[in-house]
Design a protein around this ligand. Structure first.
Ligand SMILES: [Zn+2]
Length: 101
């Protein structure tokens, strides 16, 4: 038998390439708003935000929070504040029943 030494690469996760899930979108929302992500990452987050209503709400909420934070101090929000914001957003999503159980 002559073996064809090719290996089939059938393990491509298309979902990961096509976009991102809500968790990743929320996780990177802050960086996205700060333009800290690369071009591809920004495109992925933006693509998700365009098609995901709950995440659009979160983006708007984050934008509002960022404006408030930047009025208080010109530096980036501390990690603790950021975590609290994400926690609040998560709580809001749970309350609104937008999470996928
Ligand atoms: Zn989403």
């Amino acid at each position: 038998m002559s073996g064809t030494g090719t290996t089939g690469g059938g393990d491509v996760v298309e979902a990961a390439a096509a976009g991102c899930d809500c968790q990743e979108a929320v996780d990177r929302l802050w960086e996205y708003l700060d333009d800290e992500l690369g071009t591809e990452e920004t495109a992925r987050i933006r693509a998700h935000l365009d098609g995901c209503t709950p995440c659009i709400s979160e983006r708007d909420l984050d934008l509002t929070i960022k404006v408030v934070v930047r009025r208080g101090c010109r530096e980036q929000a501390p990690a603790e504040l950021r975590l609290r914001v994400i926690e609040q957003i998560t709580a809001l999503r749970v309350a609104a029943g937008t999470t996928t159980a």
